[in-house]
Design a protein around this ligand. Structure first.
Ligand code: FAD
Length: 246
């Protein structure tokens, strides 16, 4: 069955079994971001990009950008692994930053490349088809300084996994290969912090670990309900930041 769904799976792969999620989907996060941006523009939402927020003030709730302070009814902090603004507000979440890697390569032969997404649970690896490209994500690196060179043993392991799982599927010597590392922020229970901060009018949507993209739309829906004072369509009680922040 697994080989019927993914004909490119390597023959030498010691496949003990596989679980198929027929309703699961994968997507291109950058493209999704661009579509969201277009949709927001149509709604007359004003987007400020490449403008670091210097402060978020709790009283009155306001945001300071380029020295200019603007008041808002509510502010949602979704600052990923950057904790500067949280610290200035005295919010101390026990976040741990773990870097992860991805390699994106052009498809070599569509018949040998993945059709959808495959997860290797033992290796904590995902291999995904992104149009004319294949992406593998893996790796868990603690305390990696931002300027440190990429960890070559991790990258070599990922190239080997890609070769084993989908031999001949990706162009692994292409000049268009992209190797990438980024931080993922985790809380001790592995769940995000979603909901009110200790400061009225300031909300948190943080620490999504390895699943920020999968969780984004649901978290946004729950947060929109909370901000509007409606009952939450999704039960987000277990994600309340108060489980870590008093
Ligand atoms: C290799 C790898 C593979 C992954 N694969 C998947 C996957 O398959 N599926 C999935 O669901 N998730 C995946 N993730 C995780 C996902 O990328 C994250 O969970 C997600 O990006 C978190 O989104 P976020 O918006 O909370 O934080 P971020 O994406 O970190 O965004 C936070 C943003 O806030 C900005 N910021 C911070 N402080 C300020 C400030 N003071 N002023 C202005 N801007 C500020 C930062 O510059 C940044 O752009 C992966 C992560 C990695 C590293």
């Amino acid at each position: 069955m697994a080989r019927t769904l993914e004909p490119g799976l390597g023959e030498v792969l010691p496949l003990a079994g596989a679980v198929h999620f027929p309703l699961a989907q994968s997507m291109n996060s950058r493209l999704w971001g661009q579509h969201l941006r277009q949709a927001l523009t149509v709604l007359d939402v004003r987007l400020w990009t490449s403008a670091p927020v210097e402060y978020v003030h709790p009283r009155p709730v306001s945001v300071q950008v380029q020295g200019q302070q603007v008041a808002y009814d509510a502010v949602v902090l979704c600052t990923g692994s950057d904790t500067h603004l949280l610290k200035r507000l005295g919010i101390a979440l026990p976040c741990m930053e773990i870097a992860g890697y991805s390699i994106t390569a052009p498809v070599r032969d569509p018949l040998q490349a993945p059709r959808a997404a495959v997860l290797d649970w033992a290796q904590q690896t995902s291999i995904t088809r992104l149009g004319q490209r294949v992406r593998i994500s893996a790796g868990a690196e603690l305390n990696a300084p931002a300027q440190a060179p990429l960890h070559q043993p991790t990258l070599q392991r990922m190239y080997a996994l890609l070769r084993d799982w989908f031999p001949g599927g990706a162009q692994l010597a292409s000049p268009h290969i992209q190797e990438w590392r980024a931080l993922r922020s985790f809380l001790p229970d592995g769940l995000p912090a979603l909901g009110p901060s200790p400061h009225p009018g300031i909300w948190l949507n943080l620490a999504h670990g390895s699943h920020g993209l999968s969780l984004a739309a649901g978290c946004a829906q729950a947060l929109a309900d909370m901000l509007a004072g409606r009952p939450c369509a999704l039960d987000a009680q277990g994600l309340h930041p108060g489980r870590f922040v008093a």
